[in-house]
Design a protein around this ligand. Sequence first.
Ligand code: NDP
Length: 294
Amino acid sequence: MAKLIDGRAIADKVYVDLRRDIAEAKSRGLTPGLAVILVGDNPASRAYVRSKDKMCRELGLYSVKLEMPASTTHSELLARVEELNRDPAIHGILVQSPPPKQIDEAAIVRSLDPRKDVDGFHPENIAKLALGDPTGLVPCTPLGVQRLLIESKIDISGAHVVILGRSMIVGKPVALLLMQKNKNANATITVVHSRSRNLAEITRSADILIAAMGQANFVKVEHVRDGAVVVDVGINRLEDAASERGYRLVGDVAFDEVARKASAITPVPGGVGPMTIAMLMSNTVKACRAVNSV
Ligand code: NDP
């Protein structure tokens, strides 16, 4: 049976270090500040924003939660972002995805001050990731996946990492991050997607398999070799009349069967999810320190 990689416990460890960094920043008169903008009333987005705000407060960060109606125009949102770009108390800005249709999300990301882009999606930060420039802000979920592996003492260097999914949020940046030339990366990377041939054959050659597809329980025992490490990024809602909410969350990996074959595996929930928030907090502190050169 695979060892469980406990994302909540590892996130708590990250928070211990972060609290120390935050206390140090405060002793210099600096409070890292994060602004999260929610446009519209998507319930999942609302829940994510709430938990980000809650975590900021628990850590003693300055937190601004801006809720804008679903009818907000692109230029109204742009104006708010520009105000926050100019606000010296704010070191990180995040516009919760997905925004309503009238908003050009890519243009909003480009309008962020890259030094405040704690999601790490601004073209300047993506370029820095590709260049291996450590001054950039790296997207939170990929950073969380890397940290889970490091803290679980799983050797990334030289490992064949197969990533299922090529999105700009997870698949591509995780590939860029884990192929970097440093001791916490140095992986041999293969990225597969919906047009890949012989998908199971490729995934079976993975030492570390990272699933980020958004397909409930897709990864089965035949996709995984004996002893592989399996990281499940997926968060999918499955209808479940027995549950109080009417649904339950499952990952992209059929956990029970894959756990019997893997050497280590992340659960959903409680795996990558808590790490994504922890890395957002960490990026906010990093952004604050960088801009103040401390
Ligand atoms: P996207 O829908 O943007 O990308 C999914 C990727 O998976 C695409 O590259 C797609 O291929 C590929 N894919 C989909 N179906 C298949 C298939 N049958 N075979 C092979 N490849 C397939 O999703 P995201 O990257 O945004 O998110 C992925 C999952 O991760 C979601 O469940 C999301 O909720 C979750 N997530 C979790 C986070 C966390 O904190 N834990 C954070 C962010 C996301 P193609 O490009 O060819 O279409």
